[in-house]
Design a protein around this ligand. Structure first.
Ligand SMILES: Cc1cc2nc3c(=O)[nH]c(=O)nc-3n(C[C@H](O)[C@H](O)[C@H](O)COP(=O)(O)OP(=O)(O)OC[C@H]3O[C@@H](n4cnc5c(N)ncnc54)[C@H](O)[C@@H]3O)c2cc1C
Length: 534
C-alpha cells in the first residue's frame, strides 16, 4: 500500500552506532512508540519494539477482513507538520511515504434531528456563508476566531514541544505572561462564547474536545486551538486510513534497523534497585539500557511495575485520577455505497449537555451523539467493488461497575443503528455484510487500555504539563514514556511530539548529541541538508 522507504542518508557523525552502543527497548508499537523508534534508531541506538498485538499501530492500527479495511481508532489526521518534521529528521518525506489528501468539506456537523447542519470547510468565505445560514452575526466572527487562535498556538507551541519535569518549568516558559491569552480558568465552550452566540455554531467549534475524550464544558479553553488547527492546517485522510501512517512508520523504522517483535507481550519490567535493566515477555527476556513505555500508562504501570517501586504514581494514586470517556464502536462492511454522506459526519444529540452528563455520570444515553466515517467516498479501495465501509463511534462512559457490557451491547448496538437514520442512513442493518463491535470492555481486555478510557488520563489542568506522568518517568530510573498518557497529551500530533521530547531527554541522559532534534518552539529544526531527501 505504501511505496518503499527511500534510501536513508548517512547518520549524523556524532551518532554512529559503533561509537556508543546502547540498547533501547520500546514497549508498544502505537504511534508514540513508532515515532520514538524512528528517532532513537536514527540517533544510532539499537532499538527493539515489543508489541503484544500481531500488527503495528496500537489504537491507530487497521482492522481487515473479507476485503474491508477500517481504522480501529484515529480517522482524523490533523496537523501533519509534526510528523513531517519527524520524517525529515530521519531522512524521509512523509507525503511520499504515505500519500494523503486534504478533505473539503472537512466534516458535516448535524445538530439533533431538527437543528440543521453545517458543512465545515477550510475555505473561509464558504465557511462564513455556511455559518450565516444558521446565524448571520456569528458568521462575522469566524475569521477573528481563526486569527486569534493562530496567535494562541504560536505562543503555546514551545510549551507543547518541551518536557515538563517539574513545576519550575512553568516559570521557565513564563506561562504567567501567557495566562491572559490561554485563559486556563475558562472552558472551551465559554471561550467560544466570546465569538459565537448560537449554541450550534459554538458546538461546531468545540466538539473537538471529544478528541481528548472530554466535554467542551469542562475542557480547558486552551484546547480551542484544536478546531483552529483543522481550519488552518487541514483535516487529512491518509490513503489506507490513519493505520497506513503507522504501517509506513514501521517500514521506515525497519529500514533504520529497528527490530519488531509482534504478538509478544511484556509481562514485567526488570529492575536493579530503581533502574530498569530489561523486560520479561511471554517469549523470553531482554536486557536494555533504557525502557520506553508506549503501552497505555495506567494499564502498564499497574501491571508491569511493582507498586513498591513507584513513589508518585502508586496504584492508589492512579485509581484516584480522572480518566477520559470511552467509545462504543461499530465497524460495518456494507453492500453498496453511501455517496451522499460526506467522509466525516458528527451528529450531536438534541440535548447535547445531557448526553455529556450521562457520559460523565456513567450512564448510557437514549439519544447518544455519534460520529460516522464514510471513508469510501474518498478512498474506495477500503472495500471490495460495489461495497463500502462505515465506522461508527459513540462516546460512552469508561468502564464502571454500573454498566455490564455483556448485557448492554445488543441494546446499545440497536440504538446506535437507529440513530444513523438521523443523518440520512436508513437501511444500514439490511446492508451489513461484515460487522465488528468494540465496547469499553474490549478496549480494556483486548487492547490493554486502563478502564477502557480510550483517550487516557483526562486533560484537566491538574493532569497536564508537569502534573501528567513525565516523559522521563519520575518514579523510575531509565524509564521513559511516550504516547497519549504522557506530556503533551492524547491526539496524534501531540503523541508524535511526545516522541521528540522523550528522544531528546534519553539522548541527553546517554550523553549523546540531541541538538539535531531541534529546540522546542524553534520555527525550523537544524536538519542537516545531507539527510533530507525530499
Ligand atoms: C476510537 C478512537 C478514535 C481516535 N480518533 C483520533 C483521531 O481521529 N485523531 C487523533 O489524532 N487521535 C485520535 N485518537 C487518539 C490517539 O491518537 C490514539 O489512541 C493513538 O493510537 C494513541 O497512541 P499511543 O502512542 O498513546 O499508543 P497506543 O495506540 O495505545 O499503542 C500502545 C501499544 O502498546 C501495546 N502494548 C500494551 N501493553 C503491552 C505489553 N504489555 N507488551 C507489549 N505491548 C503492549 C498495545 O498493544 C498498543 O499497540 C483516537 C483514539 C481512539 C481509541
Amino acid at each position: 500500500m505504501t511505496p518503499a522507504a527511500p534510501a536513508l542518508a548517512p547518520l549524523p557523525r556524532t551518532a554512529r552506532p559503533a561509537d556508543r552502543p546502547r540498547n533501547v527497548l520500546i514497549i508498544g508499537a502505537g504511534p508514540g512508540g513508532l515515532a520514538a523508534a524512528l528517532l532513537l534508531a536514527r540517533a544510532g541506538l539499537h532499538v527493539r519494539v515489543i508489541e503484544r498485538l500481531p500488527r503495528v499501530g496500537g489504537r491507530c492500527s487497521a482492522i481487515e477482513a473479507d476485503g474491508f479495511r477500517f481504522d480501529l481508532g484515529p480517522t482524523f489526521f490533523l496537523y501533519p507538520q509534526v510528523l513531517e518534521r519527524i520524517f525529515r529528521l530521519v531522512g524521509c518525506d512523509l507525503h511520499r511515504q504515505i500519500p494523503m489528501v486534504r478533505l473539503d468539506p472537512q466534516y458535516r456537523v448535524v445538530f439533533g434531528p431538527s437543528g440543521g447542519h453545517l458543512n465545515c470547510t477550510p475555505d473561509l468565505a464558504r465557511m462564513e456563508a455556511e455559518v450565516a445560514r444558521l446565524n448571520p452575526i456569528d458568521a462575522r466572527n469566524v475569521r477573528r476566531f481563526i486569527a486569534e487562535n493562530q496567535v494562541k498556538l504560536e505562543s503555546f507551541r514551545p510549551v507543547l514541544e518541551s518536557p515538563f519535569l517539574s513545576w519550575r518549568d512553568l516559570l521557565c516558559w513564563d506561562l504567567v505572561k501567557l495566562l491572559p491569552l490561554l485563559r486556563p480558568w475558562a472552558s472551551v465552550d465559554a471561550e467560544l462564547g466570546r465569538y459565537f452566540s448560537d449554541p450550534r455554531v459554538r458546538l461546531a467549534f468545540t466538539f473537538q474536545a471529544k478528541y481528548l475524550g472530554m466535554s467542551p464544558f469542562n475542557c480547558p479553553s486552551l484546547f480551542s486551538i484544536l478546531s483552529y488547527l483543522e481550519y488552518d492546517f487541514g483535516v487529512w485522510h491518509p490513503y489506507g486510513g490513519c493505520a497506513a501512517v503507522s504501517e509506513g512508520m514501521a517500514d521506515v523504522a525497519r529500514e533504520l534497523g529497528v527490530r519488531f517483535h509482534l504478538g509478544e507481550q511484556v509481562t514485567q519490567l526488570h529492575f536493579d534497585g530503581n533502574r530498569a535493566v530489561g523486560v520479561r515477555t511471554d517469549a523470553g527476556e531482554y536486557r536494555a539500557d533504557a525502557v520506553v513505555v508506549n503501552a497505555d500508562f495506567a494499564h502498564a504501570m499497574t501491571r508491569l511495575v511493582p507498586d513498591r517501586l513507584r513513589r508518585r504514581w502508586t496504584d492508589r494514586r492512579i485509581a484516584r485520577k480522572r480518566f477520559s470517556c470511552s467509545t462504543f464502536m461499530l465497524y460495518l462492511g456494507l453492500d453498496g455505497r453511501s455517496d451522499d454522506l460526506p467522509h466525516h459526519t458528527i451528529y450531536t444529540a438534541e440535548d447535547y449537555e445531557r448526553n455529556l452528563r450521562d457520559i460523565e455520570g456513567g450512564r448510557l444515553s437514549a439519544d447518544p451523539s455519534f460520529y460516522v466515517q464514510n471513508a469510501c467516498v474518498t478512498d474506495p479501495d477500503l472495500a471490495p467493488k460495489g461495497r463500502s465501509t462505515l465506522y461508527v463511534l459513540a462516546p460512552v462512559p469508561h468502564k464502571t461497575a454500573a454498566i455490564d457490557w455483556t448485557k448492554e451491547t445488543p441494546g446499545f448496538r440497536a440504538c446506535v443503528l437507529r440513530q444513523l437514520a438521523k443523518i440520512g442512513l436508513r437501511d444500514v442493518e439490511r446492508r451489513i455484510r461484515l460487522e465488528k463491535v468494540v465496547t469499553p470492555s474490549d478496549w480494556e481486555g483486548g487492547y490493554a487500555v486502563f478502564k477502557g478510557a480510550t483517550f487516557n488520563l483526562a486533560h484537566t489542568l491538574t493532569q497536564m504539563l508537569h502534573l501528567r506522568p513525565r516523559n522521563r518517568f519520575e518514579d523510575l530510573d531509565r524509564v521513559y514514556l511516550v504516547g497519549g498518557g504522557t506530556h503533551p497529551g492524547s491526539g496524534l500530533p501531540v503523541i508524535y511530539e511526545s516522541a521528540r521530547i522523550t528522544a531528546r531527554l534519553l539522548l541527553q541522559d546517554f550523553g549523546l548529541d540531541a541538538s539535531w532534534l531541534g529546540e522546542p518552539g524553534a520555527k525550523d529544526e537544524p536538519v542537516p541538508a545531507s539527510t533530507v531527501t525530499v
